[in-house]
Design a binder for this molecule. Structure first.
Ligand code: PLP
Length: 233
């Protein structure tokens, strides 16, 4: 089931890349495995997926303890300061940095593990009340500048979640805003390459708008069962 879903998904990614003249090799597919067990992760890994995304620190730790570094872990959820140590231990990338305090804590924890933590800044491009992420451009530039002074963090890009809507224009606007912000940052001497954007419902638009990291869950693993206890991994 997972292997078949993956074949279908990769076909769609390839097709969209061809349409817009992009090389699919420059896009990293992150399988978002939240609510799915380690059996599903290993099955996807066997089918060729190397990158996995989790949005809760404890769930990530449980899976990391079982699977370890044989796959590349991405932390993509809201991160509390007291959970930073777990995310830093397991994740090669933390996509959801949204404050200077979090940046500082990540640097501290990464330093004690002798690690350079790759991070992305989460930007709120959707103007929805409930979504997390940075909105103030001055603050975004400020955090990016501060990151340059920390030797145990490496800022590689920006992440966003598009609004939950059927209106393709609004979704595109959100992804485009992130791309333009990245360009602006690069012009001002902050060198970043990654755009983490695009999920199951909107990844084709994200590819058109320059995504380099797709975070896709249900198209690979199927619908999530939110009533299932994630500790039974
Ligand atoms: C769950 C989640 C995804 C994946 O969502 P799907 O719709 O299942 O592809 C992507 N990004 C974040 C931040 C998530 O929490």
């Amino acid at each position: 089931m997972i292997a078949e879903n993956l074949v279908r998904l990769l076909e769609r990614i390839d097709k969209k890349c061809k349409q817009v003249g992009r090389n699919p090799e420059e896009i990293r597919l992150i399988a978002v495995s939240k609510y799915f067990g380690t059996d599903a992760i290993l099955e996807a890994n066997k089918a060729g997926v190397k990158d996995f995304g989790e949005n809760r620190a404890q769930e990530l730790m449980l899976k990391y303890d079982k699977i370890g570094d044989t796959v590349v872990w991405h932390f993509i959820g809201t991160l509390q300061k007291n959970k930073v140590k777990y995310a830093v231990k397991a994740a090669e990338y933390i996509h959801s940095v949204d404050s200077i305090e979090l940046l500082e804590e990540i640097n501290k924890r990464a330093s004690s593990l002798n690690k350079v933590q790759k991070i992305l800044l989460e930007v709120k491009t959707s103007y929805e009340e409930s979504k997390s992420g940075l909105t103030n451009e001055e603050e975004i530039f400020g955090i990016a500048e501060q990151a340059k002074h920390y030797s145990n963090v490496n800022l590689v890009g920006l992440m966003t979640i598009a609004p939950l809507t059927d209106d393709e224009n609004l979704i595109r606007k959100s992804f485009r805003e992130l791309r333009l912000l990245k360009d602006k940052m690069n012009k001002s001497g902050i060198n970043i390459t990654e755009l983490s954007m695009g999920m199951t419902s909107d990844f084709e638009i994200a590819i058109e708008e320059g995504s380099t990291m797709l975070r896709i869950g249900s198209a690979i693993f199927g619908e999530r069962n939110y009533s299932k206890d994630w500790r039974q991994v």
